[in-house]
Design a protein around this ligand. Sequence first.
Ligand code: DHB
Ligand code: FE
Length: 280
Amino acid sequence: MARITASVYTSHVPAIGAALDLGKTGEPYWQPVFKGYEFSKQWIRDNPPDVIFLVYNDHANAFSLELIPTFAIGTAADFPIADEGWGPRPVPRVIGHPELAAHIAQSVIQDDFDLTIVNRMDVDHGLSVPLSLMFGQPRAWPCPVIPFAVNVVQYPVPSGRRCYSLGRAIRKAVESFDRNLNVHVWGTGGMSHQLQGQRAGLINKVFDNAFLDRLIADPQALSAMPHIDYVREAGSEGIELVMWLIARAAMSERPPRVVHRFYHVPASNTAVGHLILENT
Ligand code: DHB
Ligand code: FE
């Protein structure tokens, strides 16, 4: 049986990817950001997953206003790195896990969630920056990754409640896969940020830290928070945080072990938040 042993949460700020790719991680601005992930890189070397189910959002690179899937599961054997305007990031292409992805699609769709099945998809910074933060700069990513794209870019986006129940359905799907696999579920994006309009640059440390507390201790209550609260408190792009509820709900009902918690401002326009939770 496949089992979810841990979940990882992290922001996906594209400038973090650029800092890595351009060799700037030791610069005073970036040094504290990467320091927050040193523990995580060792932890994942010590606790290597067989597969990562990576919940992220595309930023109009794989999809556009022509086609807006609310939830899209990548079932392909591999996923090229997207060209976001200045060439693809110099990182390894992402190897998928078509068997587990197809099984999850089967199980979750039969559980009444209408997933879009994607057999060809370029993956952007939303997916590649979290991989870089956790694994550094390897020649190949150490395990297969199932990309799971959530629309948080174009309204209407899914509710926290919907994301939470989807996470539970994903847990059930993984646990019914008939192979011994250690699966990590990652929730990415956030934390507070607004990239547009009069409030561009908005950061809300109080909201972000309360979100982390509630995500750990009472995610079901947190899932009832309406969109307007995310947007008001965490900025228009803070809505990316609903994706963290999918990963959190994929964890067991028992309280998790908090292995690592990190929060840092500034990084580009975004508050960087990071958590590692283990199932007990
Ligand atoms: C930034 C953050 C994001 O989440 C994103 O998708 C693009 C830019 C930023 O902080 O610059
Ligand atoms: Fe983003």
